[in-house]
Design a protein around this ligand. Structure first.
Ligand code: GLN
Length: 279
């Protein structure tokens, strides 16, 4: 038998060699997931013996992590803007910088009393669903193409939001086929990595679906399609906001300019990460 604090120490030591990992943090997260306990409960129980099954589960989680599986896929849920979303193989893991995109949309929705929001290439749905939670007046349409991602997306729509949120199977590269309320705001974190750069990504990132990362030869395929097929749906006074790669803001902004006034914004790492459009 081992105490929770002993297990945490073993995990930290084992994970110390994993590049890019904060071993202490990840060990705590994996132990919490194995035990079904939050951080506070783990700290309170640190000198208690952990049940055998918890220890066994923790060791198997740690081994998976050592083989390069992303922490978030092992845990099965991840926080975004303070809300928890189901994640796993086949869907992009929500990133902290994308939280800034959600918050800037929240501000635009509240300032302009927008009613209808489209989230294109929705993945887990973290952006659109967070907006639905933060803005009780809006309706949200989540567009996603891939069946695996759609399965997580559907799991992430709680009953309480089902009246205002619709999941729509759609390829954003093609014009919309559905009869829908038109959007006041369009948000998207589309795949934007240049195809040639994909093989050089970190092992954990390459465990994520390439379809969520691959933005074509110059990384801009999705922004072009969105400009061609989706931005014309925005009314005057409407708004759009995009995440992009740190060298792409200028190019994305050029694509959006025919539709109104654009602005580029930096994320908290200082990278030019977002482009907004006021129609
Ligand atoms: N930000 C992600 C990454 O760096 C990419 C997500 C995307 O292509 N939309 O891995």
């Amino acid at each position: 038998m081992s105490t929770y604090s002993f297990l945490r120490g073993v995990g930290k030591k084992a994970l110390d060699g994993v590049s890019g990992a904060d071993a202490a943090f990840e060990s705590m997260e994996l132990l919490g997931a194995a035990a079904g306990l939050d951080r506070t409960a783990l700290l309170l129980k640190k000198d208690e013996e952990a049940p055998e099954q918890v220890a066994a589960k923790f060791y198997s989680f740690t081994e998976r992590r050592l083989k390069g599986e992303p922490l978030q896929y092992i845990i099965g849920t991840w926080d975004f803007c303070g809300f928890s979303y189901t994640v796993g193989p086949g869907v992009l893991i929500p990133r902290p910088e994308t939280e800034e995109l959600a918050f800037l949309c929240e501000a635009a929705i509240k300032k302009n009393a927008y009613k209808v929001v489209y989230d294109l290439c929705a993945g887990t749905g973290c952006i659109g669903l967070t907006l639905a939670r933060l803005c009780p007046e809006i309706e949200v349409r989540l567009f996603e193409k891939y069946p695996k991602a759609l399965s997580y997306l559907k799991k992430n729509v709680p009953e309480a939001l089902s009246r205002r949120v619709r999941v729509i199977e759609a390829d954003v590269l093609k014009p919309p086929r559905h009869k829908l309320p038109l959007p006041d705001l369009i948000v998207s974190n589309p795949p934007y990595i240049e195809s040639a750069a994909l093989p050089g990504l970190q092992k954990e990132v390459l465990s994520e679906p390439l379809t969520a990362l691959d933005g074509g030869d110059d990384g801009l395929t999705f922004y072009r399609a969105i400009a061609a097929h989706w931005l014309p749906l925005l009314p005057p006074g409407g708004f759009a906001a995009f995440e992009c790669g740190e060298t792409q803001a200028e190019a994305v902004s050029e694509l959006m300019k025919p539709f109104g006034e654009t602005e580029t914004l930096r994320d908290f790492y200082g990278n030019e990460r977002f482009v907004t459009l006021s129609r």
